[in-house]
Every structure is written in structure tokens, then in C-alpha cells.
Design a protein around this ligand. Structure first.
Ligand code: F6R
Length: 613
């Protein structure tokens, strides 16, 4: 969950590292630090809190050098404090480490090191790594050899970067398991390291991705890659398409705002080049699922976490409707522990924006072990979920920096619509005429999304009215039930208001007891086959003194008489309404959080990429 950046080359390292960290701050941000080699010595600067604290420290105590590493921390072991911030040094102060992951056997290693006379200065698990390296270098071993020995001793999943003033021209990087990505950026006479590409995209688009069990020795001239055991590897260099401009905030106050507002574009990109609007054929380049193979499945299981899991719940409706294939949806964290019933006739789909969520990756591993075919819908190119699956659909949403997922949600829903069309064609559940209708509906979507997003002022007004409320109930039904869950999640994670999402029909079985004049209800009541049922739920809330905000279909005047506030979305095919219905809920959550003065892009306790269990 932590952010990692490293640099070696002719330019001043500090500025490159700090800028890289700024682009990664969204991953974890209870402290930040860096280490740079200046005059043959390791100089460490680190502080608790946001990157601005490190900026201030560096202004008072600058460091100059051409090789260094930096880190933003999301605490696991040891509370956020200056001494627990990375980088961590060994006893001599000549070796330094940054790390993402959890050293599961750190207590035993700590005791062992203390018995050998090492003084550990923090409460972190990470620090044992650098002291072990120090220990293994005592017999004259190189940094690389000591790193190998150390990495062989630590349990768990890790991304690790080491630097030593004893060998001041190199960085050692390694990846063990799925604690997040480790990407090496290849420049002209300079090299970069990062946990995520946005940190270094400004400098290079040529990347090498380390897999589980791989490491690299990086100098300004290049990367020498190998397995942890020392077997040399020729890893492919990939040129990634994202540009740094699309990862910048531009004129927007927050990344989340920018990402909400760019959904017409991200959905266009998601569709672009994948659909033949004349024949209705869908082409998913990297899916790697020939039509004959697509016919053989008798069930599909979607595994994901958080917002991606809610996207999967929408996907269940889409794929069952379009391809008539039964779909189960499970949280990655549950799936891996429930001995799921799957086999080679099961298609398992992982949905993950980051592609690095540890629970989702573990679910994929479980599914692999049981013989299922694995596909993933992923935003981050080259991420682990893309690499371990047999096929992948890239979201094409572009970098999502705000911690609260928005454009990745809608992109992944559209991807599942495309997948449903593809499977429907393969399984013969969609006639050519129906396929063409369905792709025509899709073609209209970006324009409809743009219409909803054009109306920002209304949401500011609503935020003024509601920002002081403490509890919200979100209700939806059918394919829009997951949208109620997602709307509630958006509000709670960025504004810290308690919000519950419920399938509307369940309200009378419990949540109705909560309704009074202090608890607003947000209902999704678009014109579809459950519209009348939704209207009757709204009436039940109103008759108990509740306030209702409703997401409704444009032109539905009748609903305005029943609800207190109406957020209109254009009429669309019922299968695509979730993509439109979620937009007012994203905007509402955003404006409420802004009105409450919350840190919208970096909400407390959350991280963009959840690489711990
Ligand atoms: C909520 C949010 C999280 C993520 C979840 C899974 O706004 O962003 O709930 O959706 O942590 O992340 P990915 O999709 O990266 O696997």
C-alpha cells in the first residue's frame, strides 16, 4: 500500500524522488521520507504526515545527490511517527531500505538481530531487512549477495529497494509475492524505480515489470534482472501508453472531481476500437478466449473487492441477461477461504482497478489451483492481475489517482457489458439483430454520460443542504441495487458520513426502523420494470417523515411530487442505466465531502492499492 520511488542518473535525485512521491501520495500517506547519497554518505530525511512536511524538512535541510530512494508509508507495524517512517537504516548508517509489504516473521528476526547486537530504532517490521543485509555483508559479501540472502529469509509478500553508500552506484530492487507492483523505468543514461507507473511516467514510458521472485540490480546504465536465486533473466521492456498529463489534476480542485468529469471520455476510450457497430461484433484484443472455449463454461464467478465488487454485481445482471450464463459474485477476501466449487468449466473474472489488490490476487490463485479459466478486468497495465490471468480486458480509464474509485467503476461496468455481448454471441443467446441493438445502445452512452455530468451546480446546492447529516440510507433494486451500495460507499469513504446501501425490497425487513426526519434516503427509481416497486418504497419512507433524494429518469414529473429532491438522468437502455445512475451519487458524495472540508483525494485510513490482507 506504500509508495516507492527510486532514481539513479545524472540529474539531482531529490527533486525526482519527491515529485514521484507526490504522484504516489494517494497510496498511503501517514509519513514520507527519502534517502540520497551525498558526498559518499547516506542522508535520510523523513517526517510524519503529508508530503508537505517532508518538503519543509528538505527546505531546511536539503540533500543533493544523484542516487536515492523515497517512500510514502501506510502504517501496518508501528504507529505513524518520524522514527517509523521509511527509509530505515542499518546500525552503520551505510545501508538503507524502503519496503512495501509485511515481514511476517519479523518478531523472530528482530530477536535474532538484537541477540547479535543490532540496535533496531523503530517499531516497524521493515527495519529487520536492512539489519539482515548489514549482517550478511559483514563477511565481505556484496550488497546484491546480502540482499539475496536476506530476501530468502523474510516471509510474506514484499516490494523492496536497497541502497548502500558502500556501493553507491546501484539500487537493488526485488519483488516477492503480491505486495504491490515493482516497476523499473528505463531512461537515457538514467533509471527509475516505482511501485506504480504514475510516479515515473513523466520521465519515461519504457518499463520493466518485476514478477514474484525476481530482482534487479539497477545502475544508471540499465537493469540486470535475475531470479532471487541468481538465475539471469531477460525481462521484456514494455512501452506504456499513458501520458503524464492525463495523470495531472489540470484545472480541477481534486483528482476525484477530474476523474468523475472525464467519464464521457473514459467510456468512449473503453468502447473505442472494440465494437463493430455494423455487425454488432465485439473484439476484445487480449481476452484470449476463443469462441469455442467461451461455449464450454457452465458458470462464471466474479471476484473483486470494494467498488470493483459492486461493479461485479452489476456485471452479474449484465452477463446473465446477455449470455444466460449463471454468475456468482464474491469478495476476494471471502472467496479464498470458502473452498469454492469451481472447476475447468468455470470462468473466473477478477475485477481490479489497481490489479494489485492482494485479496483479489489470492482469489485468482485459488481459482487457478482448482483449474478454472482466469480473466481479469484491470486498469493498470502490466499489473499482477493482468499478468496472472489467461486473458485481460484493460479498462482504458487512464490513471485513477483519487482514492475513491469513480471512472474505473463505470469503465469496468462497460467492459462487462462488452464481455456479455461477446459471451452472448459465442453462446448463441443473442441474435444478430439484438446484438446490433445492444451496440447501438452502447454507442449513445458517452453522450448520455456527458449530459449528466454537465449539471454540477445542482450538486453543490444539495451538498449545502445535506452536508451536516450523520446517516444516509441508499436504496436500489435490480441492476441498480449495486449502485445503491456503491453510492453509499462513495459517501462514507470520502465524507465519513455513515451510509448504508440496501436492496430496496429489504427495507421493510429492518432498515425501515431507522427512518425519521434526520435520516435522508437516496433512492434510485429509474423507469424500468421495478419502477413501481421503487415508488412504493419511496412512499413508505415519506410516510415515516423521511427525506428522499431520488435518481430518476428525465421526464418523470410524477416522481417529483413524491420525493424531496430529484436528480434526473437521461433515459437509456435498462442494462446501461447503472452507468448513468452512479454519476449523480459520485457527484453528490464529492460535493458533500468538499463542503465538510474533507481530504477528498486522500481520505483517512484508506489507500489506493490494498496490498495487505
Ligand atoms: C472505493 C475503492 C475501493 C477499491 C477496492 C478494490 O472507492 O476504491 O473499494 O475499489 O480497494 O481495489 P481494486 O479495484 O484496485 O482491486
Amino acid at each position: 500500500m506504500c509508495g516507492i520511488v527510486g532514481y539513479v542518473g545524472p540529474r539531482p535525485a531529490t527533486a525526482i524522488i519527491v515529485e514521484g512521491l507526490r504522484r504516489l501520495e494517494y497510496r498511503g500517506y501517514d509519513s514520507a521520507g527519502l534517502a540520497v547519497i551525498e558526498n559518499e554518505c547516506i542522508c535520510v530525511r523523513r517526517d510524519v504526515g503529508k508530503l508537505s512536511a517532508l518538503d519543509e524538512l528538505l527546505a531546511e535541510q536539503p540533500v543533493h545527490g544523484h542516487i536515492g530512494i523515497g517512500h510514502t508509508r501506510w502504517a501496518t507495524h508501528g504507529r505513524p511517527s518520524q522514527r517509523n517512517a521509511h527509509p530505515h537504516t542499518d546500525c552503520s548508517g551505510e545501508i538503507v531500505v524502503i519496503h512495501n509489504g509485511i515481514v511476517e516473521n519479523f518478531l523472530a528476526l528482530r530477536q535474532e538481530l538484537q541477540a547479535l547486537g543490532h540496535v533496531l530504532a523503530s517499531d516497524t517490521d521493515t527495519e529487520v531487512i536492512v539489519h539482515l543485509v548489514e549482517e550478511y555483508m559483514k563477511d565481505g559479501s556484496s550488497l546484491e549477495a546480502a540482499a539475496r540472502q536476506t530476501l530468502g529469509r523474510i516471509k510474506g509478500a514484499h516490494g523492496v529497494v536497497l541502497l548502500s553508500s558502500r556501493e553507491p552506484d546501484k539500487l537493488i530492487v526485488a519483488r516477492i509475492g503480491n505486495a504491490g507492483g515493482v516497476v523499473i523505468g528505463v531512461g537515457q543514461g538514467e533509471m527509475f524505480v516505482a511501485s506504480d507507473m504514475p510516479a515515473i511516467l513523466e520521465h519515461t514510458r519504457d518499463m520493466i515489470f518485476l514478477e514474484d521472485g525476481q530482482m534487479a540490480v539497477i545502475t544508471a546504465d540499465g537493469a540486470r534482472c535475475s531470479t532471487l536465486a541468481g538465475e539471469p533473466l531477460q525481462l521484456e521492456e514494455v512501452t506504456v501508453p499513458w501520458d503524464p498529463v492525463s495523470a495531472a489534476k489540470g484545472e480541477h480542485k481534486h483528482f476525484m472531481q477530474k476523474e468523475i468529469l472525464e467519464q464521457a471520455r473514459s467510456i468512449t476510450d473503453t468502447i473505442r476500437g472494440r465494437v463493430n457497430f455494423e455487425t454488432g461484433d465485439v473484439h476484445l484484443k487480449d481476452l484470449n478466449l476463443p469462441l469455442e472455449m467461451a461455449r464450454r463454461f457452465n458458470k462464471m464467478v466474479i471476484v473483486a473487492c470494494g467498488t470493483s465488487a459492486y461493479s461485479g454485481l452489476v456485471g452479474k445482471f449484465l452477463i446473465e441477461a446477455l449470455a444466460r450464463l449463471p454468475v456468482e459474485v464474491d469478495y476476494g477476501s471471502e472467496f479464498r477461504y470458502r473452498d469454492p466449487i469451481i472447476d475447468e468449466r468455470t470462468l473466473v473474472l477478477a475485477i481490479t482497478q489497481s490489479g494489485e489488490t492482494v485479496d483479489t490476487l489470492a482469489a485468482l490463485e485459488e481459482a487457478r489451483a482448482k483449474g478454472a479459466r482466469l480473466i481479469s478486468i484491470v486498469n493498470v497495465i502490466g499489473s499482477q492481475a493482468a499478468r496472472v490471468a489467461d486473458g485481460v480486458i484493460y479498462m482504458q480509464a487512464g490513471p485513477e489517482i483519487g482514492v475513491a474509485s469513480t471512472k474505473a467503476f463505470t469503465a469496468s461496468v462497460v467492459d462487462q457489458y462488452l464481455l456479455g455481448l461477446y459471451l452472448g454471441k459465442a453462446r448463441g443467446t443473442l441474435s444478430p439483430a439484438r446484438l446490433r441493438e445492444l451496440v447501438d445502445d452502447l454507442a449513445e452512452l458517452p453522450n448520455l454520460v456527458g449530459q449528466v455530468l454537465a449539471n454540477g451546480v445542482e450538486y453543490q446546492r444539495l451538498a449545502d443542504l445535506f452536508f451536516k447529516r450523520q446517516n444516509f440510507l441508499y436504496l436500489g433494486r435490480g441492476i441498480n441495487y449495486p449502485i445503491a451500495l456503491e453510492g453509499a460507499l462513495k459517501l462514507k469513504e470520502i465524507s465519513y458520513i455513515h451510509a448504508e446501501g440496501y436492496p430496496a425490497g429489504e427495507m421493510k425487513h429492518g432498515p425501515i426502523a431507522l427512518i425519521d426526519e434526520t435520516m435522508p434516503t437516496v433512492a434510485i427509481a429509474v423507469r424500468d420494470h421495478v419502477y413501481d416497486k421503487m415508488v412504493s418504497q419511496i412512499e413508505q419512507v415519506k410516510s415515516r417523515g423521511g427525506t428522499v433524494l431520488v435518481v430518476a429518469t428525465e421526464g418523470d414529473e410524477a416522481i417529483a411530487a413524491k420525493a424531496d429532491h430529484v436528480l434526473y438522468i437521461p433515459s437509456a437502455s435498462p442494462l446501461l442505466t447503472p452507468v448513468l445512475a452512479v454519476l449523480p451519487l459520485q457527484l453528490f458524495a464529492y460535493h458533500v465531502a468538499v463542503r465538510r472540508g474533507c481530504d477528498v483525494d486522500q481520505p483517512r485510513n484508506l489507500a489506493k492499492s490494498v496490498t495487505v490482507e
